[in-house]
Ligand binder design. Structure first.
Ligand SMILES: NC(=O)c1ccc[n+]([C@@H]2O[C@H](COP(=O)([O-])OP(=O)(O)OC[C@H]3O[C@@H](n4cnc5c(N)ncnc54)[C@H](OP(=O)(O)O)[C@@H]3O)[C@@H](O)[C@H]2O)c1
Length: 264
């Protein structure tokens, strides 16, 4: 038996910034002495706190529409853990694994079928699996390589270019020989973007716009979210805008990992 602290959802936050009224910490006892078949006990090493988690705390099924966390249940995210007990012959004590559904807890017992074991001999730092080789890199790769597919010499615009996704998304078109323009959130840069680079006013005919996220809207209910006044450009210029969620493209993860590792 082990004592473990875990974060759980006490109440939904439909709008505004979630507080300690919504997410609370509690201590539970985890039974690591009788682990079911096909399960392992993990000690958490890292858990990524990502923007999409906010959309799972609303109690509403709109916008990104990911499954809502359940009230009084611990929350989860993309994480890495060390195996401390195993009831699966593919895993042994000391293995370091990635877990897309890591409970936000110090210890847990979980089914091993979603885990990916890391090879300690390949020299890839663990935290690379949280950025360029993890969900942000995968989102960037899907947006650029799969959906956007920019031709050499074309212009590529990256919003939130200093974000985890944006940093990767800015590099990939450069490797293809594109011209990359990015926006970030300082006052000075926002002014520049609003006055000079209102992107849809300058979009090229037949441009492709992969829609990755809208972090500035996550704390608002849909009636309060901002509208876009220059969408009509998309009609005249026959622009294609396409939203995507990385979990729908897991069959491409192997292609992504192979290509991205070659760039490191
Ligand atoms: N579609 C998918 O499957 C998928 C997968 C992963 C991520 N995403 C989305 O991709 C986006 C970036 O994710 P990330 O993990 O890279 O995020 P991140 O590293 O946390 O960075 C978020 C960036 O957004 C900007 N930002 C923060 N709050 C903002 C606000 N209220 N208004 C405007 N900008 C704000 C900041 O830029 P400045 O520092 O320049 O202010 C920050 O760099 C998010 O919308 C996320 O939901 C989607």
């Amino acid at each position: 038996m082990l004592e473990s602290r875990e974060w759980y959802l006490a109440a939904y936050a439909a709008e505004g910034i979630p507080t300690s009224d919504h997410l609370k910490l509690r201590t539970v006892v985890v039974d690591i002495d009788s682990i079911p078949d096909g399960h392992v006990a993990l000690e958490s090493l890292f858990i990524s706190v990502d923007p999409y988690m906010r959309t799972r705390l609303t109690g509403l099924q709109d916008g990104i529409s990911l499954h809502q966390f359940q009230r009084n249940q611990l929350i989860n995210g993309f994480g890495a853990g060390r195996v401390i007990r195993s009831n699966d012959s593919n895993y042994k004590e000391g293995d370091v694994v990635l877990n897309p559904f890591s409970p936000v807890a110090e210890y847990c017992v979980i089914p091993s079928r979603f885990l990916r074991k890391l090879d300690p001999t390949n020299g890839i730092p663990l935290l690379d699996h949280f950025n360029s080789l993890g969900p942000p890199g995968f989102a960037a790769w899907l947006g650029i390589e799969v959906l956007g597919d920019p031709k050499p010499g074309s212009n590529v615009f990256i919003s939130a270019a200093s974000s985890a996704v944006g940093l990767c998304a800015g590099q990939l078109p450069k490797i293809r020989g594109c011209r990359v323009i990015g926006s970030t959130g300082t006052d000075e840069k926002v002014k520049l973007i609003k006055e000079k680079f209102a992107v849809l006013n300058h979009v090229n005919p037949h441009a492709r716009i992969p829609l990755c996220g809208m972090i500035s809207q996550y704390n608002k209910v849909w009636t309060e979210r901002e509208g876009v006044r220059n969408l009509l450009n998309m009609v005249g210029k026959e622009v294609k805008m396409e939203g995507f969620i990385i979990s729908s493209y897991l069959d491409r993860f192997g292609d992504f990992a192979e290509q991205m590792e070659s760039y490191l």
